[in-house]
Design a protein around this ligand. Structure first.
Ligand code: SF4
Length: 240
């Protein structure tokens, strides 16, 4: 008898289906690691289109670099990043990141990237305005560490496909549960490929989320429709 795939195996299969449907996503949409950091802060609770407007403002002011950002007053920074919302919170948070980088790593992102991943994650989480999603996005996309990133799109997919019970909440515990499920999904892949796989998987989850799996699910034509569980009790129960 054919074994029923586990939730982690189904999630791993979703990566392959999405990659076949959408192709490589070439994330993160940034030219430098520091732009990744900027984007990771600015995209909190905000659509990427709005982030692009803030990044364009920063670029016009020559502030897409560490040096450029240091040259801005708090008021200037708040004004430039206003399009992406929460600027009174995000501007001080960005300045706190730069202050930490300058004080502890000589202003070098390379020096920061040399810190072991678990310790660096804790350091980032201790910064103001940095939750797990922002910390993990910086680790994966700016530092290249093999760390999964979970987000609202992945939460919806996991919930709607009943990959975890109870459904993961929008809190830190729910986030860590999604990360744990993703770690399990790619555990059999070679260690030196995992950063690349986590990179692609997060980008693909965003792609399917934008195309099909937003606040309302539009399953017709979705590359993951074949994985939907028929009505009735789910085959697996995983606590997250
Ligand atoms: S739109 Fe439907 S099939 Fe696609 S990921 Fe969401 S729940 Fe699954």
């Amino acid at each position: 008898m054919k074994a029923v795939p586990t939730p982690a195996e189904r999630l791993r299969g979703m990566h392959d289906r999405l990659l076949a449907a959408y192709g490589p996503q070439h994330w993160w949409p940034a030219r430098t690691p520091f732009e990744v950091v900027l984007g990771a802060y600015l995209t909190q609770n905000t659509a990427w289109k709005a982030v692009e407007r803030s990044l364009a403002n920063l670029e016009a002011r020559g502030a897409l670099t560490l040096e450029g950002l240091r040259s801005l007053t708090l008021d200037e920074l708040q004004s430039l990043i206003r399009p992406s919302g929460f600027s009174t919170r995000k501007a001080p948070a960005l300045r706190a990141f730069v202050a930490m980088l300058d004080a502890e790593f000589g202003g070098s992102l390379e020096a920061l990237a040399a810190v072991p991943t678990a310790a660096l994650r804790q350091r980032l989480l201790a910064l103001p305005g940095v939750g797990p999603e922002t910390a993990d996005a910086i680790l994966l996309y700016a530092v290249g560490a093999p760390v999964p990133v979970a987000d609202e799109y992945l939460r919806r997919i996991v919930e709607r496909h009943q990959l975890a019970l109870p459904a993961p909440g929008r809190n830190r515990r729910g986030y860590e549960g999604l990360v744990e499920l993703t770690l399990q999904a790619f555990a059999a892949d070679p260690a030196d490929r995992r950063a690349r796989l986590y990179n692609e998987f997060h980008a693909l989850a965003v792609a399917v989320g934008k195309a099909h799996c937003g606040r309302t699910a539009h399953c017709d034509g979705c590359p993951l429709a074949g994985d939907l569980v028929p009505a009735g009790p789910p085959a697996h129960k995983v606590r997250v």
